[in-house]
Design a protein around this ligand. Structure first.
Ligand SMILES: [Zn+2]
Ligand SMILES: [Zn+2]
Ligand SMILES: [Zn+2]
Length: 154
């Protein structure tokens, strides 16, 4: 059981790396067409960028389904890890940062504040070429320190 939990956690952290790489090299590269509206206009409720949810949904669904069918439980664990990351990504990126739903808007949590700042910096760039902060859950220390100072001085 512990092995499966570790595989799930490991997959979760690997997904941050996958997301970072996909965001930096695919979304801000040859797949910019799907990501452009996320950096520029805000059209309706849905964005072309939502297409990237398939990156989480399809592999995790396949891993869980095929793993269960063939009783390869480590594959199921990988699928669960991907799904958990997808859910975390949705809450952090779409709900918390971009406020697509008006939930937990104000937070004094240092990590959450740092994370939001880092992604806002990413969004300052309107074009695909230059950019920074392509990760999602991993926050560069400078934003962490900044947020800590802001919360401490309250
Ligand atoms: Zn981007
Ligand atoms: Zn964003
Ligand atoms: Zn983005």
């Amino acid at each position: 059981m512990l092995t499966y939990i570790l595989i799930t956690l490991f997959t979760f952290f690997m997904m941050e790396l996958v997301t970072w790489a996909t965001h930096k090299y695919a979304m801000h590269g040859f797949m910019w067409f799907f990501h452009e509206d996320h950096h520029q206009v805000k059209p309706g409720f849905f964005e072309k960028n939502d297409f990237f949810f398939l990156i989480f949904a399809i592999p995790s669904w396949l891993c869980i389904m095929l793993g269960l069918m063939h009783q390869y439980y480590f594959v199921v664990s990988i699928g669960v890890g991907i799904a958990m990351y997808g859910v975390a990504y949705f809450f952090v990126h779409d709900v918390f940062i971009h406020q697509r739903f008006k939930w937990f808007r104000n937070s004094d949590n240092v990590y959450l504040r740092a994370l939001r700042k880092a992604h806002k910096v990413h969004h300052k760039h309107l074009n695909k070429e230059d950019g920074e902060c392509f990760g999602m859950l991993w926050v560069p220390t400078k934003y962490y320190k900044e947020a800590k100072r802001a919360v401490d001085s309250k």
